[in-house]
Design a protein around this ligand. Structure first.
Ligand SMILES: [Fe+2]
Ligand SMILES: [Fe+2]
Length: 172
C-alpha cells in the first residue's frame, strides 16, 4: 500500500508529465506555424513520450493499490521568439522534471518505499537521456546561429525521429 505522501507526489507527477506532453505539443504547433516540419515532428514525438511517462505513473499508482486523482493541466506557453528560445525552454523544463524525479526519489528513501524507489530508477535514467538530447540540440542550434542552410539541415535530421513504441497498458 502506498503511503499518503508518496501517493500525493506520484499523482502530482502524473500531472507534470501530462503538462510536459502539452507543452511539447504546443511547441510542435509553433514549429508547424513556421513550416519547420522536422522540428515539429521531434516535438510531436516528445509529446507522445511524455504522455507515456504520465501513463507509467498512472498505472503504477493503480497497480500498487493507490488512488489516481487527476487535476487540471495548466496552459502551456504558445509562442516563442526563436527556435533557440524553444530549445532553451525545453532544457529548462527537463531540468525541472529531473529535479522533481530526484525529490520523489528522496521522498521514497525517507519513507523507506523501496518498491517506488525501484520504479523511479527508469525515470532517473530517462532524465539523463532527456537532458543529454535537449543539451545536444541546443548546442547545435547555437552553432548554426542565423545560417538558414544549417537550420534546414537540422530540420531534416529531426524529421527522421520515429516514435518509440511503448506499452501504455497496465503492467501484468
Ligand atoms: Fe517525462
Ligand atoms: Fe521529458
Amino acid at each position: 500500500m502506498l503511503k499518503a505522501s508518496v501517493e500525493k507526489a506520484l499523482n502530482s507527477q502524473i500531472n507534470e508529465e501530462y503538462f510536459s506532453s502539452y507543452l511539447y505539443l504546443s511547441m510542435a504547433a509553433y514549429f508547424e506555424s513556421l513550416g519547420q516540419q522536422g522540428f515539429a515532428n521531434w516535438m510531436r514525438i516528445q509529446a507522445q513520450e511524455e504522455y507515456i511517462h504520465s501513463m507509467k505513473f498512472f498505472d503504477y499508482v493503480i497497480h500498487t493499490g493507490g488512488k489516481v486523482t487527476l487535476k487540471s493541466i495548466k496552459d502551456p506557453k504558445t509562442t516563442w521568439k526563436s527556435i533557440l528560445e524553444v530549445f532553451e525552454d525545453t532544457l529548462e523544463h527537463e531540468q525541472h522534471i529531473t529535479d522533481l524525479i530526484n525529490k520523489l526519489t528522496s521522498l521514497c528513501l525517507t519513507e523507506s518505499d523501496h518498491a517506488t524507489n525501484s520504479f523511479l530508477k527508469w525515470f532517473i535514467d530517462e532524465q539523463v537521456e532527456e537532458m543529454a538530447n535537449a543539451t545536444q540540440i541546443l548546442h547545435e542550434i547555437k552553432l548554426i546561429g542565423d545560417n538558414n542552410a544549417g537550420i534546414l539541415m537540422l530540420d531534416r535530421e529531426l524529421k527522421a525521429r520515429t516514435p518509440v513504441l511503448m506499452n501504455v497498458v497496465a503492467p501484468a
